[in-house]
Design a protein around this ligand. Structure first.
Ligand SMILES: *Cc1c(COP(=O)(O)O)cnc(C)c1O
Length: 401
């Protein structure tokens, strides 16, 4: 064992993916754009044939120094050995699924999975002869074991779930899956930097870097990471076969975003807790879906497995608030803009009533919105919500004693 203390997360975000002190040059890696790579002679070219599994300069699609700097830092953050950059977070979901599933295979998906991933499973994957079963994200290991059939090859996880924010017991579910020979994949976007996927039994970690990594709402990009050599050739090979690529400009901006990840996340988590706590005291609010809040059904698992939380949560309104009231609220707010995505510097509101699809668990029935808390002063955000509630919502029925 190496008893040298591992540097902290903020230190690693500052120093990861850099050239090191020995190199004379700018602190940031160069932005290399390119397709053709020139070789001085055939011996050099031949020596670089069949090196697609390594970081070598052979052709634009295979990546360059700009890509490697980002890949290396992402490996640091997630505890991975290899990182495949992809054109979007969604491509980071579909590429590993295509890498490890074939016709006749069976996939287990949480019922709370990111909507477009469900669309891929029910569409392209089904057309290719891959069947999918949805499971309750809060299933126990024994419950999961009962759903595994001889054809089951992949257990997909997403914790907390999209819109309903159920926490999954990742170590227990992965242990059950591995006992039956399954590969485990997790969309770890919400837990980026807060949850160590490979230490909890995940084989392939999926990141929508579009969110906090980029952090400024100006790039769409994704990554799939592994910590075990066994999974790298299929993942890398499939990404290349599909022609998957992330532009160097986008990689460069993502790397720049990552340098401030720790401070942005710490501030946004605190602000999210402040706004969420306030919401729980409001008579218009039935429930806040946020595992970082004490009292949330997922809080114990979150506290056990996570070092922090994303500033993204759901709000279910009380029965006297209708869907139309929630749409009026979105229109009326000044600081919360209407928009999808999250992880940027700006606060967002997304009314979700009626849009949350569930197959084996109950879809929420109350009027509901998703809030993303940005870098604004939380007191201003609470003022904005207070004014919006007063303008759009009918007065709450008196509390029953
Ligand atoms: C946004 C998101 C994605 C997809 O990322 P894109 O870059 O927008 O394709 C995947 N999973 C989760 C949980 C997300 O929030």
């Amino acid at each position: 064992m190496n008893d040298e203390k591992k540097p902290g997360r903020a230190t690693r975000l500052s120093h990861g993916g850099r050239a090191g002190k020995a190199k004379h040059g700018f602190v940031n890696p160069p932005l290399h754009r390119g397709s053709t790579v020139l070789y001085p002679d055939m011996a050099t070219r031949l020596s670089l044939m069949n090196t697609t599994l390594q970081q070598t300069l052979t052709y634009g699609l295979q990546g360059s120094e700009t890509h490697w700097a980002l890949e290396n830092l992402l490996c640091e953050i997630e505890g991975a050995t290899h990182c495949q950059l992809l054109g979007s977070g969604l491509a980071a979901i579909t590429t590993p699924l295509l890498a490890f599933l074939s016709a006749g295979d069976h996939l287990l998906m949480p019922d709370s999975v990111y909507g477009p991933a469900r669309s891929f499973a029910d569409g392209i994957a089904a057309r290719l002869g891959i069947t999918t079963s949805y499971y309750d994200p809060q299933i126990t290991a024994a419950g999961l074991d009962a759903l595994i059939i001889p054809e089951t090859r992949v257990l997909f996880l997403e914790s907390p779930g999209s819109h309903t924010f159920e926490m999954q017991d990742v170590p227990a579910l992965c242990a059950a899956a591995h006992a039956r020979g399954l590969i485990t994949m997790m969309d770890n976007t919400w837990g980026f930097g807060h949850f160590a996927p490979f230490a909890h039994g995940i084989d392939i970690s999926i990141q929508a870097l579009t969110k906090y990594a980029v952090g400024h709402s100006d790039v769409v990009i994704g990554a799939a990471l592994v910590a075990d050599e066994r999974f790298w050739p299929a993942l890398r090979g499939t990404a290349l076969d599909l022609g998957q690529y992330a532009s160097p400009d986008d990689c460069w901006l993502t790397l720049r975003g990552l340098r401030t990840l720790a401070v942005r996340q710490a501030r946004q988590m605190q602000s999210a807790l402040t706004v969420a706590q306030w919401l729980t005291t409001q008579p218009h609010v039935a429930r806040v879906f946020f595992p970082a809040l004490p009292g949330d059904p997922g809080h114990a698992i979150w506290a056990r497995d996570y070092t922090g939380a994303a500033s993204l949560f759901g709000v279910a309104f009380a029965p006297h608030i209708t869907r139309q009231h929630s749409l009026d609220l979105a229109d009326r707010l000044d600081l919360f803009a209407i928009g999808a995505s999250w992880g940027g510097y700006e606060s967002l509101i997304l009314p979700t009533t009626g849009y949350i699809k569930r197959r084996v668990t109950a879809a929420p029935r109350a009027a509901q919105v998703r809030l993303h808390i940005g870098l604004e002063d939380p007191a201003d955000l609470i003022d904005d919500l207070t004014r919006g509630f007063a303008a759009c919502f009918p007065s709450a029925p008196p509390a029953t004693p």
